[in-house]
Design a protein around this ligand. Structure first.
Ligand code: P6P
Length: 337
């Protein structure tokens, strides 16, 4: 019985594109894939194995952690710390970087991740995900520090996510397009089901947390007002709205059928430049979106050009269908001082 191409075959064929590849990168991708399978199993079992609910602790973001936030973080560390592919790891759930323990060999990559994004949904059984980004450790650095992670998104060698939804999927790019794999639970393998994913340039679907409306800047209010006006306004077409409060689910929907996702700069908390984190949410998702023909901007600049100033830096995010994001960016340009 023939199945589609397994992720392991896809990774090996990607490796063959680089004649002097050592296999380190392929090994790292396979280890990430294993971690996502383990997290998928925990998410799918949920209440059956007592992993739902709050851990009664807070992360560096000041967010209450779910038990599965902590468990998923530990799974990523356990699946990757011993392999010899990494110099260090960083996570939404850890204040500082995680150096590879001395008993293990170190490698040439840095892995940064949000182990369970959208976890506020986990107790109400709505889709959540894992987001990861792979950077190359600067040459000759044997003891990476946090500053070695502060590379712009253009320096990523891989951006990917796992979506724990009705199906568990893994979607990734290494700069050669975007491919999606569905986990066949019976054989425990990810199978290529969505080759060369491309985002439609136009859309009639926007995703934004409208409860923040009174805090938005003028260009965002202008854009959303025009969407809401539909055929009675300048857009002359009606729009639909979605908000899952799980970035992975929103981005995946946009990859499959188009759309625009916005978590823009707002003045709800003037101390925060945005809600979403640059290194392990905005950058990997921007890499994927751009590779799929979309655009990812803060409204004022390309997200992947930003040189990070901290592991947990937040940025505004406006990403998705090219023509819609271009329009929102143009509205920001219109009000430039
Ligand atoms: P809000 C989840 O916490 C997250 O980081 C993204 O996955 C999601 O898009 C956003 O925050 C949801 O934010 O304010 O709607 O809860």
């Amino acid at each position: 019985m023939h199945t589609g191409e397994f992720l392991s075959q896809f990774i090996m064929e990607e490796q063959r594109r680089f004649k002097d590849a050592s296999g380190d990168f392929s090994g790292l991708l396979n280890d990430i894939c294993t971690a996502c399978k383990v997290i998928s199993n925990g998410v799918n079992k949920g209440a059956l194995i007592g992993v739902l609910g709050s851990a009664e602790t807070e992360n560096v973001q000041g967010e209450t952690q779910k038990k599965l936030d902590i468990l998923s973080n530990e799974v990523f560390l356990q699946c990757n710390e011993w392999t010899g592919h990494l110099g260090a790891m960083a996570s939404e759930e850890m204040d500082d970087i995680y150096p590879i323990p001395d008993q293990y060999p170190r490698g040439k990559y840095l892995l940064v991740f949000d182990p369970l994004d959208g976890s506020s949904n986990i107790d109400v059984n709505i889709s959540v995900g894992t987001i990861f980004s792979i950077l190359r450790c600067p040459d000759h650095i044997k003891e990476p520090t946090a500053k070695d992670f502060l590379l712009p998104g253009t320096k990523q060698v891989c951006g990917g996510y796992a979506l724990y939804g009705p199906s568990t999927m893994l979607v990734l790019t290494t700069g050669n397009g975007v491919n999606g794999f569905t986990l066949d639970q019976n054989i425990g393998e990810f199978v290529l089901t969505h080759a060369n994913m491309m985002i439609p340039e136009d859309t009639q679907e926007f995703a934004i947390n409208a409860s923040n409306m009174r805090f938005w800047e003028a260009p965002v209010n202008r854009y959303i007002d025009e969407c809401l006006a539909g055929t009675t306004g300048v857009r002359d077409k009606n729009f639909n709205m979605r908000w899952v409060a799980s970035m992975v689910a929103e981005v995946h929907r946009i990859l499959v059928r188009g759309g625009i996702f916005m978590y823009p700069k707002d003045n709800k908390d003037p101390t925060k430049a945005g809600k979403l984190r640059l290194l392990y949410e905005a950058n990997p998702m921007s890499f994927i979106v751009e590779q799929a023909g979309g655009i990812s901007s803060t409204g004022r600049e390309r997200i992947m050009d930003i040189v990070p100033d901290g592991l947990h830096q937040r940025v505004p995010v406006i990403l998705g269908s090219k023509n819609e994001v271009d329009r929102v960016v143009s509205y920001h340009d219109d009000v430039k001082g």
